[in-house]
Ligand binder design. Structure first.
Ligand SMILES: NC(=O)c1ccc[n+]([C@@H]2O[C@H](COP(=O)([O-])OP(=O)(O)OC[C@H]3O[C@@H](n4cnc5c(N)ncnc54)[C@H](OP(=O)(O)O)[C@@H]3O)[C@@H](O)[C@H]2O)c1
Length: 254
């Protein structure tokens, strides 16, 4: 069950694809959409992680694919057929001061966080009916700068630009395209960032966690269910006029 226990949204028979659905935000979204009646396909590289999510609730099927691989993403959507909602959520965060950012790290960040979103939205759009919904999980790092994550920020700003441009192309077809921009969210990705701060700075885990919590004016980390609730709303009747937006889900951080 999603952290979002009861859903006011009805997604009965909607076909939903969520990349990065084996953990964190994507896993919570998968459970939230399935709980609302959708037929959900979750995508990622680690089969076991996907299977563990699918085992929690009926209505979730898995596909193993790397979103940075064009042929894999093309093949994925070709086998799925028509879909109603596509969520480009897969992503990763690595940190380094810009002067120490190697080209391969820069490229990795752009590949998964920007090119992966491009491929997912492009192929998803080809299989989307009128009235469909495209979502990209960007970040507050797509709206503002944070130190030591220049490549990640650049990629996430790119996602916001892509969403704004694509929304102009799809508006006449009744397809909305929006970016979700969570602040620091309690997921395995954030845990890895905390471990990295502990390794690199000698701070303890509690101090590292407080560093992230402090950025949120409400004094807490964002929960995956906060993001799921926004995604469900953007896929429900009444949200048709909202497109090309980057929605900050950050307790007022930005
Ligand atoms: N946590 C935060 O503070 C935060 C804040 C703002 C935005 N976000 C964004 O939210 C999204 C989800 O992150 P999360 O926090 O939920 O972290 P997470 O638990 O690490 O989830 C990331 C997911 O993406 C998948 N993934 C990574 N590379 C992939 C690839 N090349 N192909 C297919 N799947 C891939 C991973 O699965 P596999 O390893 O099995 O492929 C994993 O399930 C990301 O885009 C992230 O940038 C996170």
């Amino acid at each position: 069950m999603s952290q979002l226990n009861s859903s006011p949204h009805d997604m009965t028979d909607k076909r939903v694809v969520i990349t990065g659905g084996g953990s964190g935000i994507g896993a919570d979204m998968a459970l939230g959409f399935a709980n609302a009646g959708a037929r959900v396909t979750i995508v990622g590289r680690r089969r076991e992680a996907l299977e563990a999510v699918a085992a929690k609730q009926a209505g979730i099927e898995i596909r193993v694919a790397d979103v940075t691989n064009e042929a894999a993403v093309v093949g994925l959507f070709a086998t799925l057929g028509k879909v109603d909602v596509v969520v480009a959520n897969a992503g990763a965060a690595e940190s380094a001061p810009l002067e120490k950012t190697e080209l391969d790290q820069w490229q990795r960040m752009l590949d998964v966080n920007l090119t992966g979103v491009f491929l997912t939205l492009r192929e998803g759009l080809k299989h989307l009916d009128s009235g469909g919904r495209l979502l990209a999980v960007a970040s507050t790092a797509g709206l503002k700068g944070y130190a030591y994550v220049g490549a990640y920020c650049a990629a996430k700003h790119g996602v916001v630009g892509l969403v704004r441009a694509l929304a102009q192309e799809t508006a006449q077809r009744g397809i909305t395209v929006n970016a979700l921009c969570p602040g620091f969210t309690e997921t395995p990705l954030l845990e890895a960032s905390i471990d990295s701060i502990v390794d690199k700075t000698g701070r303890n885990a509690e101090q590292a966690r407080a560093h992230f919590t402090r950025t949120n004016p409400t004094g807490r980390l964002i929960q995956p269910a906060d993001v799921t609730a926004t995604a469900l709303w953007l896929c429900s009747p009444g949200s048709e006029a909202i497109t090309g937006q980057a929605l900050s889900i950050s307790g007022g951080e930005i």
